[in-house]
Write a protein that binds this ligand. Structure first.
Ligand code: DX5
Ligand code: ZN
Length: 219
């Protein structure tokens, strides 16, 4: 069964705690946390202090997406702040294998992400080590963008690779998922759909309920 992971980048930070409770009441189990450093991506979002403070009152699974150059510098800080899984970009790491190994040594979920222009071949050699592959369906750095349809072919490719090699990583799609396209996104074999704007714009529980109804028989 697929999962919706709301991206808090689209939340209202004046009432973040309340919105997370609403998301949890709506049956959300995983939170997507977009960390942006202004170097690897053009914008800056938030860092360890925000994660540590929401960790105190939130038992959801923290899926931390590091859009950070040379993220190996910060893995232990994000684990300490409360990350349950850490995803790094293949484009941002000098030695991606070592960085993934570092995450695993903290006994946390380990994810590898690729941008829309990055071919799947660049991540295939590492998939035996990861718990999740994150397919960017927009160019990273901002919420509220339009999903790039060609990126969905990567979902199908990772699904095929997983069964051929008998691996068990999950496939996450990130960026521009909404009511109109979630059915197609899930039908391609996505396990986790990140949704920021589509969840936090308007009534959270309504949005989550509707997205589930639209997608449920596509999985
Ligand atoms: C973009 C982030 C995405 C984004 C999703 O760089 O990685 O997680 O916040 O937001 P929406 O769903 O609004 O595209
Ligand atoms: Zn993200």
């Amino acid at each position: 069964m697929f999962q919706i992971a709301p991206s808090i980048l689209a939340a209202d930070f004046c009432c973040l705690g309340k919105q997370l409770q609403e998301a949890s009441k709506a049956g959300i189990e995983m939170l997507h946390i977009d960390v942006m450093d202004g170097m690897f991506v053009p914008s800056i979002s938030f860092g360890m202090p925000v994660i540590a403070s929401i960790r105190k009152n939130c038992s959801l699974f923290f899926d931390v997406h590091l859009m950070v150059q040379d993220p190996e510098r910060y893995i232990s800080d994000f684990v300490k702040a409360g990350a349950d899984s850490v995803t790094v970009h293949v484009e941002a790491c000098r030695q991606i294998g070592k960085t993934l190994q570092m995450i695993k040594e903290f006994d946390r979920g380990c994810g590898i992400a690729l941008n829309p222009e990055t071919p799947v071949e660049q991540v295939l050699p590492y998939l035996k080590w990861v718990d999740m592959v994150l397919v960017m369906s927009v160019h990273p750095g901002f919420g509220g963008q339009t999903l790039i349809p060609e990126t969905l072919e990567k979902v199908a490719a990772f699904k095929q690779f997983r069964s051929e090699k008998q691996l068990d990583y999950r496939i996450e799609i990130d960026g521009g998922v909404n009511m109109q396209n979630i059915r197609r996104v899930v039908s391609m074999g996505t396990d986790i759909t990140v949704a920021g704007t589509a969840v936090f714009d308007g009534d959270i529980s309504e949005n989550v309920k509707k997205m589930r109804e639209v997608a449920v028989n596509a999985s």
